[in-house]
Design a protein around this ligand. Structure first.
Ligand code: BES
Ligand code: MN
Ligand code: ZN
Length: 500
């Protein structure tokens, strides 16, 4: 396998209505109390082509329901064709409807090499033009990013090369929004490209080597990789206790990007990088075990976010950390009852080897906190309990820091990659008591499992402002159709954009 990060292949741009040229022009149509409401462009097309939209609506061929699409015609003026996209009821239109409709249109018209959306006329009331443009770019470009790496034939490759935002004179804000959206889609593309790879391909060294080679030539970017011996010498006994069950060696990966002020403390992002989680000696059941290919989604999100930010030259200092290893049962694997010493010096009793994410994150958080970042945010597919609690609409947000609570909640709303606050604190920490060591890796009860896991992590944060994102349900879908969603990259990048 070629070692690479999946940089964005598709492009976003702007075009004046007169410059659409060979692109497929997509106009929008709303509904109001069951009646068709045409946007300005749609009304022009309808008038020019003898009621091509309104007559189809009357005949029941085009419903204008949100996400409904229809190819209309082509002409000398529009050789690339004209299509209409239903935007649904005006009163119900929102950022979420806008996003879903854009996604549907991009897939429906993926045969067109360039799609031009008159999206400027669709701006949801809830969004300013910059936010609208950002969402337009991230959603359309992400929808164009297809998973093809492991197909032997490439007829699945997307044919659409670019999307255009149709606007006679796009404002600076719109252009800035499109660029932020492009950065977001690139981060998602990198994350999805890694997370969609199976465990036999995307090993810890694959992650490390891909990061090292992708960093070449990016100003201010350094990658540091610790191998098994260096991890041991550093004293990361909790991380190593997970890695030792596999013959595939672990890697500790640190990405440093200095794009901000000299000497300014970085924002740190920490990711769980279990490249396959079989559960270890506390073996998982066979059903859906393949889903655990995605147990490195946190690491993939961190790598995607930091590379997208760095390649775009954002003026910010970032520290991205990924702890990567496999969690397998074997003769050398850790056993329930084993006690290990973490980097922090605290001893941990391993009661369940399937609670491995918190073990590797304990050392990753201590290592990161000792670099004194301004704050740290970890992303981890940490608990099934968080899936049960929230499902996929929201990632679980665990923090005792008011600023991070507000900033991440609002970044989530702006990027439509939302979080919901969950409790963390001493009431949960006391469930992690151990008779044998300073702390146990499994709580004394299953109840509140997402919060007790978060409370375990909090013990290793050394006073640095910290938030934990449990992305077990949001980072990927499960079962036969399983795929990476690219979340929480939009959330993390929005959090960074909001600080610029
Ligand atoms: N990687 C899993 C969590 C997970 C479960 C992610 C389902 C995505 C979907 C984690 O390492 C794990 O195994 N957690 C256990 C903890 C339990 C034994 C306390 C879990 O949630 O079952
Ligand atoms: Mn596990
Ligand atoms: Zn896991």
């Amino acid at each position: 396998m070629e070692l690479r990060l999946n940089f964005l292949q598709a492009a976003v741009g702007t075009a004046a209505p007169s410059e659409i040229g060979g692109a497929l022009l997509i106009v929008g149509a709303f509904l109001s109390e069951g009646q068709l409401v045409l946007t300005t462009s749609a009304a022009q097309i309808d008038a020019e082509f003898d009621g091509i939209i309104s007559s189809r609506f009357e005949r029941g061929i085009f419903s204008a329901k949100a996400g409904s699409t229809q190819y209309l015609t082509e002409s000398e003026e529009f050789p690339g064709g004209i299509a209409v996209l239903g935007l649904g009821d005006v009163a119900a239109f929102s950022a979420q409807v806008y996003k879903d409709a854009l996604e549907k249109a991009v897939s429906a018209f993926s045969w067109s090499p360039v799609q031009a959306f008159t999206a400027v006329e669709w701006l949801p009331n809830s969004l300013k033009d910059k936010a609208s443009a950002r969402l337009f770019a991230s959603v359309t470009l992400n929808a164009l990013t297809k998973r093809t790496a492991l197909r032997s034939k490439d007829d699945d490759k997307p044919k659409t090369a670019s999307v255009l935002w149709v606007d006679a004179r796009p404002s600076k804000k719109v252009l800035a929004g499109l660029e932020e959206g492009r950065i977001t889609a690139e981060g998602m593309s990198i994350m999805r490209g890694l997370a969609d790879l199976p465990g036999n391909v995307c090993t810890p060294s694959y992650l490390a080597d891909a990061a090292v080679s992708a960093a070449e030539g990016i100003p201010g970017f350094t990658v540091t990789v610790l191998d098994e011996q260096a991890i041991a010498e550093a004293g990361m006994g909790a991380f190593l206790s997970v890695a030792r069950g596999s013959v595939v060696p672990p890697r500790f990966i640190a990405l440093e990007y200095l794009g901000g002020k000299t000497g300014e403390a970085p924002v740190a992002l920490v990711g769980k990088g279990i490249t396959f989680d079989a559960g270890g000696i506390s073996l998982k059941p066979a059903a859906n075990m393949a889903d655990m290919t995605y147990d490195m989604s946190g690491a993939a999100a961190v790598i995607g976010t930091v590379f997208a930010a760095a390649r775009a030259g954002l003026k910010i200092n970032l520290l991205g950390v990924a702890a990567a290893c496999e969690n397998l049962p074997s003769g050398s694997a850790s056993k329930p009852g084993d006690v290990v010493t973490s980097l922090s010096g605290k001893t941990i009793e391993i009661l369940n080897t399937d609670c491995e994410g918190r073990m590797i994150l304990a050392d990753a958080l201590t290592w990161t906190a000792r670099r004194r970042p301004e704050l740290m945010i970890d992303a981890a597919t940490l608990t099934g309990a968080c899936c049960v609690a929230l499902g996929s609409p929201y990632s679980g947000l665990f923090t005792a820091d008011e600023h991070l609570l507000t900033a991440l909640s609002s970044a989530g709303r702006a990027s439509l990659d939302e979080v919901w606050p969950m409790p963390v604190g001493p009431a949960y920490e006391k469930l992690m008591k151990s008779n044998a060591a300073d702390i146990a890796n499994q709580a004394s009860t299953r109840e509140g499992g997402a919060s007790s896991a978060a409370a375990f992590l909090s013990v290793f944060t050394e006073g640095v402002p910290w938030a934990h994102l449990d992305i077990a349900a949001t980072a990927n879908t499960s079962g036969r159709e399983r795929a990476s969603t690219g979340r929480p990259v939009p959330l993390l990048l929005q959090f960074l954009f909001d600080r610029l």
